[in-house]
Design a binder for this molecule. Structure first.
Ligand code: FDA
Length: 397
């Protein structure tokens, strides 16, 4: 049986970061990866350019049943620390909207950087195509892992196997099962940062508008995001939908404000005075794609479609404006784990140390990254959590 200091389950974002940091302290690290390649999600992230962190990381950018948990790790390994590493490797990057930082060339730069950090010490071994059949404790308090490639023994075991999202990129429930095996509570999981789907008459609308995008405010009772909305064949996507999906519960409505920066009621009344002979769709066509206006006309003011603005009472215009700024729709669901960027829920963080990520139930057992009940907003926050939690554990395992 091969004996090592640390075994990390999962060669993704958090696992590779943790491996590099632990190896720098002289620890011998074995990373066991089920897939045939490492870091698949990193490579696919940010449309292949990896939105690796964000300039404005705050605890408020994370959802968790235990919201204070993230503070310690995020403050001890910040976006500036990660940027320092990116700078050391001279990786070109750019800032996009809302402080999001993306590689200029390719997400490969980030993966190669992590692998180079792991290689530096010669103390990290990464083994792919490894299926872990069981994890047990031996009488000396070491972990024993039985795998299809042999049996391994270690002092510290780090679970970095991520969440359920996108099974083809490595999404798995392994970490949750292992947590339960060691007596941990696991919050129910659901797909996050994922497009909405519809089965009502609005589905046909999104199909017809598929490919159209516009800036909106999308909200529900818990959150509001002013970002782009994209119509798709299945429903609504784009950053605003992905962001709101983290806060959405099945059966509840969402509200679209099609004019987040305009008092559209007042604007319509002004238009009524300046262009009384125009139709509503004509004036709205000045500030919105005509195809979207035509669909909204069918849904909101079909009975007034051929009435000149001058003939429409102000109260009617105000009611149409209200609907345009508070357009209610009830998604039938989301696209689910097949396309979700993250998994909400997971290992209950009240049973972990916020400084080290160690289990309070089993000495030597650690959970890092997405497997925990910590989910970031869209914009590089999930990777920053993977880096920060990976470093926190890497410093002590
Ligand atoms: P990650 O998923 O990175 O790694 C887990 C690893 O464990 C995988 O390699 C998996 O194969 C392996 N594994 C699973 N089960 C195993 C088992 N039983 N045995 C051994 N290995 C096992 N975030 C962000 O901040 N900016 C972005 O641009 C994007 N973009 C993005 C795009 C897409 C398409 C997705 C799906 C996700 C993103 N994300 C993102 C989210 C981000 O990728 C995610 O939050 C982190 O990768 C999580 O890091 P982890 O290390 O926790 O898991």
């Amino acid at each position: 049986m091969l004996q090592t200091d640390v075994i990390i389950i999962g060669a993704g974002a958090s696992g590779l970061m943790c491996a590099a940091i632990a190896a720098k302290r002289g620890r011998r690290v074995l990373v066991l990866e089920r897939a045939n390649k490492v870091g698949k999600k990193i490579l696919m992230s940010g449309g292949g350019r990896c939105n690796f962190t964000n300039l404005y990381v705050e605890p408020e950018n994370y959802l968790s049943h235990n919201p204070h948990f993230v503070i310690s790790a995020l403050s001890r390994y910040t976006q500036w620390d990660f940027l320092g590493l990116v700078g050391d490797y001279k990786i070109p990057y750019e800032e996009r909207k809302h402080g999001q930082l993306f590689c200029l060339n390719s997400a490969k730069d980030i993966l190669n950087m992590l692998l180079a950090e792991c290689d530096k010490t010669g103390k990290v071994t990464i083994q792919t195509s490894t299926e872990i059949a069981s994890v047990e404790m031996d009488p000396e308090g070491h972990f024993v892992l039985n795998t299809n490639q042999g049996n391994y023994r270690c002092e510290s075991l780090v679970v970095a196997s991520g969440g359920l999202s996108i099974p083809t990129l490595g999404g798995s429930g392994f970490g949750y099962e292992l947590a339960r095996q060691f007596g941990h509570h696991v919050y129910p999981t659901r797909a996050g940062l994922v497009p909405f789907t519809f089965s009502n008459q609005f589905k046909a609308v999104t199909e017809r508008l598929s490919g159209n995008a516009l800036d909106v405010s999308l909200s529900n009772q818990d959150a509001e995001f002013t970002e782009a909305l994209l119509f798709t064949h299945r429903g609504l996507s784009g950053p605003s939908s992905l962001q709101l999906s983290n806060y959405w519960q099945v059966g509840s409505p969402i509200y679209i404000n099609f004019f987040p920066t305009l008092n559209i009621g007042q604007w319509l009344i002004e238009k009524k005075q300046s262009q009384p002979k125009s139709l509503l769709r004509t004036v709205l066509g000045e500030i919105m794609a005509k195809s979207i206006v035509l669909e909204l006309q069918q849904l909101i003011w079909p009975q007034h479609s051929e009435t000149a603005l001058g003939q429409l009472p102000d109260a009617v215009l105000q009611e149409i404006a209200r609907q345009l700024q508070h357009f209610e729709q009830k998604p039938s669901g989301t696209e689910g784990y097949r396309t979700a960027e993250v998994t909400l829920g997971g290992v209950d963080t009240t049973e972990l140390s916020s400084k080290t990520m160690e289990s309070k139930k089993q000495k030597g057992l650690y959970f890092i990254g997405e497997v925990m009940d910590v989910t970031g907003h869209l914009g590089g926050f999930n990777f920053q959590w993977a880096w920060a939690s990976g470093v926190a554990a890497g410093q002590v395992v």
